[in-house]
Design a binder for this molecule. Structure first.
Ligand code: AMP
Length: 194
């Protein structure tokens, strides 16, 4: 099962991807997590990406395309994967399709979680509060200014992916404002048909 989850920051992609990981035994590939790990490790990629990420901008297509191309060839991806946060631009989607074709792989579903933008800032603030309460480290880009920039980047560069995948006949749009369990059920139904 090879799945792309689309949706703005705070739409619940990460939460749903984790649930799919448990259900199907396939890994969640979050480019955000991979980039944060590169930043934490102080690798060259991390050093190049950090300032852009902190400000809520997008890391270059070349960097993320390479990260994903390498990652999906790892052994734990042999039965599939859930992409969370990639692709995020139409050129990334094109590069990913070429990459999949070259590997003889097929995408099973592209699922977009649709949410009201108004609700997203509140969700981000709740995530920050929960992280602080749990004694965790708050993401450098979970602040109102970077979050606004992330939303603007989504609108400008990522939202066009809906039309792209619609044209390819691969897009399914679900209500991301529904209860978390209802969203999980809806995704499950889509995947049963895929
Ligand atoms: P996320 O954890 O998905 O919210 O991603 C956090 C940040 O990592 C984003 O705001 C971007 O700076 C960067 N990032 C993650 N995935 C991508 C991607 N596919 N393309 C470009 N930048 C990305």
């Amino acid at each position: 099962m090879r799945i792309i989850l689309l949706g703005p920051p705070g739409a619940g992609k990460g939460t749903q991807a984790k649930r799919l990981t448990d259900k199907y035994g396939i890994p969640q590939l979050s480019t955000g997590d991979m980039l944060r790990a590169a930043v934490a490790a102080g690798s060259e990629t991390g050093l190049r990406a950090k300032a852009v990420m902190d400000a809520g901008g997008l890391v270059s297509d070349a960097i993320v395309n390479q990260i994903v191309a390498d990652r999906i060839r790892e052994a734990d991806c042999s039965k599939g994967f859930i992409l969370d946060g990639y692709p995020r631009t139409v050129p990334q989607a094109v590069a990913f399709a070429e990459n999949m074709k070259a590997s003889g792989l097929r995408l099973d579903a592209v699922i977009e979680l649709k949410v009201d933008e108004e609700a997203l800032v509140g969700r981000m603030e709740r995530r920050v509060a929960e992280t602080v309460a749990a004694g965790g480290t708050v993401r450098a880009d979970d602040n109102p200014e970077s979050f606004r920039k992330r939303l603007a980047e989504y609108r400008e560069k990522t939202a066009p992916l809906s039309a792209h995948y619609q044209k390819e006949g691969q897009l399914v749009v679900l209500d991301g404002m529904a209860e978390m369990d209802a969203v999980t059920d809806a995704i499950g139904q889509v995947l049963e048909k895929a």
